[in-house]
Design a protein. Structure first.
Length: 617
């Protein structure tokens, strides 16, 4: 068994873990190895943490990428530099037990295998009193083989790199092609390594199911270029194509200098509309976004990002004309800090989701302080404004009503497609978002009267997997699953449906605004999606309650309020009524477009600036 092993250690900002990994390697009973440490542009001083290992052990080599290039690139570099015919992996945050390499190599030789998989401990929990852990002899459910548990013979196959696709799916990155090319796999059936569980594991940073997503990924790894992205439980995102229309636009800076603070939520490309009008934009962004908190490194426009470290001095340097804090609860704390520190620059607060979250998690006082004492306050709609004012002694004098994440006019372009119902005579409805309030019984009732439900979005389907599976079992011909519909296809794709589902729920505030909940006065993001495509919108008939979207849409004849599923069929059978509603949606749809309101926003900024100057004088 006298063979040598090349071990590849990818590392990025894991200085606090790496010595444990190195200690576990030094203790191996098998000694004929080399270690290739590929530092992917770490910023936490990891090289200083391992100097003694590099000095004392000639088997260890250290290579550093100048910038973060991604896991695939680093692993390919490691395989390129490897000296030996067998390759193993030891991520810097994982651990080998002392017999790991010996057991793996012995299994490979005895079985004449090309790939060997060890058992592995994972999700260790030593926080509680029980110290629970989990183990597997192969693949973790709903995941893939982990680097630390695999050994294989050297190959010319290469890992998928970020320039092709950023993904947390290691099968898609390499294992699938490896196992298809070299199908002879052996299992040690012994637990000889640990896949360490911590908050900033790569799959957690990327996975929409966890706290990650594309914005967290690009923030954490400092990715500035446009990429193709798909996490294992998320929608496919093509930033290169998606933002093509927002790149290389004519750029002038004869307007305001505007500092945006926090995050931009959905449709961040809307801010290009401000740049088109000559305004110079800066961004001071949160560093812990969810998958809907867009926060800088934008592959469009000319926004100049300000680093969190030293932001006070940078603001003094650029001297913005106005600061706008936004958009959801993740951006509240940073916006509040800027508001409290910077007193001489006009500050506008523009908030969407969600006040009840802030109330539950200790941020309510800061939220109300921002709305009450900022130089200007923007509310997402009149109902939300009136609700907030109930909690204020003296509501802000400078206010504007504008939804916080409206899409740009680019996504309203295109021609409508023929209705599916014109082909088969059956009603086709669509839901582009969470299946909020829709039950299996509702879908079954829809099927009985020949109404179809088309569900878009991998994330939303994953969130409602049990419901969808049950619905598929009872009404397989009337529920249809589709991948995420990108914004550039809203008009052509979604216009083929008769109507779109909003949040389907029964309000119980009985017309009392104080009893209203967030869902009663929210303006759901899908409002704009459906409006762009010219779709009438389905909702529970909450007449007699304060429900903003129903009351707002009814004014423009865009609503399909129902008290029962069978009412949908009554609407559908009334062809003149449905045609009138579709045309009214199409006629009013630009109300849901950011560009329609950008001049009003611009005027509001100037009003706030002038008001601030008057106060200072």
């Amino acid at each position: 068994m006298e063979q040598n092993i090349s071990i590849i250690m990818p590392i990025y900002n894991q200085a606090s873990f790496v010595r444990g990994a190195l200690a576990s390697l030094e203790r191996q009973t098998f000694k004929h190895w080399e270690l290739l440490i590929i530092d992917d542009g770490s910023t936490d001083g990891v090289n200083g943490k391992i100097t003694d290992y590099l000095n004392k052990d000639s088997r260890i080599r250290y290579v550093r990428n100048e910038h973060n290039e991604g896991l695939g690139y680093s692993l390919n570099l490691g395989m390129q530099l490897a000296s030996y015919p067998i390759v193993s992996y030891l991520p810097a945050d994982d651990i080998y037990y002392d017999s790991h390499l010996e057991t793996m190599l012995k299994t490979m030789v005895e079985n004449d295998a090309q790939v060997v998989v060890s058992g592995m401990l994972y999700n260790e929990d030593n926080v509680g009193g029980e110290g629970k852990s989990t183990y597997t002899m192969g693949t973790i459910s709903e995941k893939w083989l982990q680097l630390v548990q695999v050994m294989h013979r050297r190959t010319d196959l290469r890992w998928l790199e970020r320039k092709e696709l950023a993904t947390d799916d290691l099968g898609r990155m390499f294992w699938n092609q490896l196992l298809q090319t070299y199908p002879k796999v052996a299992y040690t059936n012994k637990i000889t390594c640990e896949w360490t569980s911590h908050l900033f594991q790569r799959h957690r940073v990327m996975n929409d199911r966890e706290f990650g997503g594309i914005y967290m990924y690009k923030t954490y790894y400092h990715v500035k270029e446009a990429i193709h992205y798909q996490s294992s439980f998320g929608n496919y995102i093509d930033e290169i194509t998606h933002y093509q229309a927002f790149r290389n636009l004519p750029h002038r800076e004869d307007g305001l200098k505007i500092l945006l603070v926090g995050e931009l939520s959905y449709n961040p490309e809307r801010i290009v509309s401000l740049e088109k009008r000559g305004h110079k934009l800066y961004g001071l962004w949160i560093d812990n976004p969810f998958n809907f908190n867009s926060n800088g490194n934008f592959p469009f426009g000319h926004v100049e990002d300000i680093p969190l470290q030293g932001w006070e001095e940078k603001i003094k340097e650029i001297k913005p004309d106005i600061i706008c804090g936004m958009t959801n609860f993740k951006g509240l704390e940073l916006s509040w800090r800027v508001f409290k520190k910077v007193k001489d620059i006009p500050f506008v607060w523009h908030f969407k989701e969600g006040p009840f979250y802030c109330r539950s998690y200790g941020a309510w006082e800061k939220l109300i302080e921002l709305y009450e004492h900022a130089d200007g306050a923007i509310y997402i709609n009149e109902t939300a404004r009136d609700w907030y004012h109930l909690y204020m002694e003296k509501p802000n004098a400078n206010t504007l009503v504008l939804d916080a994440d409206l899409p740009p006019e680019e996504w309203f372009k295109g021609e409508r497609s023929p209705l599916l119902s014109a082909k088969d005579g059956e009603m086709h409805t669509v839901i582009a978002g969470r299946l909020l309030g829709i039950s299996v019984n509702d879908i079954e009732q829809m099927a009985e009267i020949h109404i179809h439900l088309h569900v878009y979005g991998d994330i939303f389907q994953d969130q409602s997997r049990m419901l969808i599976d049950e619905a598929m079992a009872v009404s397989p011909d009337y529920i249809h699953l589709h991948p995420n519909c990108p914004s550039e296809k809203w008009v052509s794709e979604l216009s083929q449906y008769d109507a779109g589902w909003l949040h389907y729920y029964k309000s119980n505030n009985h017309g009392d605004l104080l009893r209203a909940n967030w869902i009663d006065f929210n303006s759901p993001a899908r409002l704009s999606t459906y409006a762009a495509a010219g779709l009438p919108m389905i909702m529970h008939d909450n007449s007699g309650n304060v429900v903003h979207h129903q009351q707002y849409l009814e004014k423009m004849n865009m609503a399909l309020p129902i008290s029962s599923i069978k009412q949908l069929k009554e609407y559908f059978d009334n062809k003149p009524l449905m045609e009138k509603k579709r045309e009214d949606v199409w006629r009013n749809r630009m109300e849901f477009c950011f560009d329609k309101h950008v001049e009003e926003l611009e005027e509001f900024f100037h009003r706030v600036i002038n008001s601030k100057k008057a106060c200072i004088k």
